[in-house]
Design a protein around this ligand. Structure first.
Ligand code: MN
Length: 233
């Protein structure tokens, strides 16, 4: 038996404190998980915390990573590419119907990530009741930095989450403002799909999302996790 062409390599994130890499399986994202962002998107029920979490996905091979400045190609078919700074949870083991008080045991570590979004395509999809995939899951749409193992940094639940573009602050929030906390997200998501080692979960963005242009340099950080630098090319 042979493959008819070589199987694709998995995307992988560098792990802090050594030379190991974290192989990516799936990328899950939580929508509108900070009330101030839900409000700026006009989603009032979500902003008031009256709705359960909802999820969308990006293909695993949309992940782009690296230890230094990460280059991201400006994607086609948009005139409104948006940044969303997010805390990324990296799972080291899996499970289905995981209890909230067991959820943290699945976590390998955390990274700083960008959920890049073709906002114009997403807005049109919302208007027409179409799927979000082409607004969210395009090539290089899931930027992620170095993974900090939970064994080193613990489980950050509060602290600054911020993003600058060309040195100007655009997003500045706090992890404690998440509507659904990391353990709740894992427990809820694991009722819908079986989670596995290698899964990444983007946990939502605070207010201040906005457009990017080719040449822009982004600096982003999450307190207790680290920083990430990316350039749109
Ligand atoms: Mn997002």
């Amino acid at each position: 038996m042979a493959f008819v062409f070589p199987p694709h390599f998995h995307a992988a994130l560098p792990v802090a404190g050594g030379t190991d890499f974290f192989p990516v399986r799936r990328v899950y994202c939580v929508g509108r998980n900070y009330a101030d962002h839900a409000r700026e998107m006009g989603a009032l029920a979500q902003a008031e915390g009256r709705e359960p979490p909802f999820f969308f996905m990006k293909p695993g091979d949309t992940v782009v990573s690296g230890e230094g400045e990460i280059s991201v190609a400006y994607p086609p078919l948009t005139r409104n590419l948006h940044h969303e700074i997010e805390l990324v949870v990296a799972l080291g083991s899996g499970g289905a119907n995981v209890a909230v008080d067991q959820a943290k045991s699945l976590i390998f570590g955390y990274a700083v990530g960008l959920d890049l979004t073709r906002r114009d395509i997403q807005a049109l999809a919302k208007e027409k009741g179409h799927p979000w995939d082409m607004g969210k899951g395009f090539d290089q749409s899931a930027v992620a930095g170095i993974i900090q193992p939970a064994a080193r940094v613990g489980h950050p639940a509060s602290g600054r989450i911020w993003l600058t573009v060309n040195g100007e602050i655009r997003q500045d929030g706090d992890l404690s403002a998440m509507s659904w906390k990391v353990a709740d997200i894992i427990a809820n998501l694991s009722t819908m799909v079986r989670l596995e080692a290698g899964d990444l979960i983007y946990t939502g963005t605070p207010a201040g999302v906005g457009p990017l242009l080719p040449g822009d340099v982004l600096e982003a950080g999450v307190a207790g996790v680290g920083t990430l630098r990316a350039r749109i090319v």
